[in-house]
Design a protein around this ligand. Structure first.
Ligand SMILES: Cc1cc2nc3c(=O)[nH]c(=O)nc-3n(C[C@H](O)[C@H](O)[C@H](O)COP(=O)(O)O)c2cc1C
Length: 280
């Protein structure tokens, strides 16, 4: 899976009657009667977000000929994850953000259902991790909670992150939170993206194990300097000041808050299994 130039693409349309085979598969779909200004995208299976009546749902879409069920016409179908209800006659706005795979002719409905199950896993993982990245890219400070013999302590730190959502920061070794981590690695952090537009708040919460890292962590240092608006270091440059170290928090649990989509209902971001292809 590589990044596609034609994405994201937005469709809108009214839900019309389908063949109703989707229900049998365990994946009811909304068949869209596309409007004239439907973007020109290749046939395939995609993931994205569907909006209607001011609600937003993670979704997967199939666009093309459903040959497995003997379809003769091209259809555009949307499966809203977590939505149960009748969508006939509703106007949906569909934002397609990720290409998952080509449409295929399967030998049986069972095989198709298995493939769609895998599409669902991928769609959830990619959509939520892309959303988390969007939030982490906008945030600047992270409030890190640690615990030592004196009790709980919270520190605000400039963070950077990697593809596995491990967060990194640079601190003095004698700072209270740095000392606390040596005693008790269990830590939690919250990143908040405040918006001046009411209702657009977003955040990311993470709990896991923190640790002190050895060495300069050059790639991480480059990211951190750029984030702070400074010149990135050059190879061989001394990165750590006296008494400083890199630290990281590896996630065991992650939650996303994204008010425009989910109100204050938190969404859990599952830890990525190594078999799932990573994609932006
Ligand atoms: C995520 C997703 C992937 C799909 N992939 C395929 C596919 O590879 N080949 C195919 O023939 N149909 C595919 N379909 C279409 C299904 O065959 C279709 O949804 C089903 O026949 C139900 O259609 P109906 O509810 O309009 O009757 C896919 C549907 C979804 C939601």
């Amino acid at each position: 899976m590589q990044k596609k130039d034609f994405l994201p693409a937005v469709f809108s349309g009214r839900v019309v009657q389908g063949r109703k085979i989707g229900r049998k598969l365990g994946y009811p779909t909304a068949n869209l009667a596309p409007t004239k200004d439907m973007p020109d995208i290749p046939y395939g299976v995609y993931a994205g977000w569907t909006s209607f009546e001011e609600k937003h749902y993670p979704s997967m879409m199939s666009f093309g000929l459903a040959e497995t069920v003997g379809a003769k016409d091209v259809s555009f179908e949307v499966c809203l994850l977590g939505y149960e209800g009748d969508l006939y006659g509703k106007d949906l706005v569909v934002e397609i953000t990720v290409f998952l795979r080509e449409m295929k002719k399967f030998n049986s409905l069972e095989e198709l259902a298995l493939a769609i199950k895998e599409d669902e896993n991928q769609a959830r993982q990619l959509l939520f991790s892309n959303l988390a990245k969007k939030i982490l890219d906008q945030g600047y400070l992270m409030s890190l909670a640690t615990q030592d013999d004196g009790g709980l302590w919270v520190s605000d730190l400039v963070y950077v992150y990697d593809d596995d959502f491990t967060v990194y920061w640079l601190s003095r070794q004698d700072a209270r939170h740095s000392q606390a981590i040596l005693q008790n690695p269990q830590a939690a952090a919250a990143i908040t993206v405040e918006s001046t537009i009411r209702g657009n708040d977003a955040g990311f919460q993470i709990a896991g194990k923190a640790e002190k890292l050895e060495g300069d962590m050059f790639e991480i240092a480059v990211k951190q300097r750029i984030k702070r608006g400074k010149e990135p270091p050059v190879k061989g440059e001394k990165i750590l000041g006296k008494g400083e170290s890199w630290y990281c928090l590896k996630p065991e649990k992650m939650e996303i808050i994204y008010k425009p989509y989910f109100g204050f209902e938190k969404q859990e971001l599952k830890l990525q299994s190594p078999s799932i292809d990573k994609q932006s």
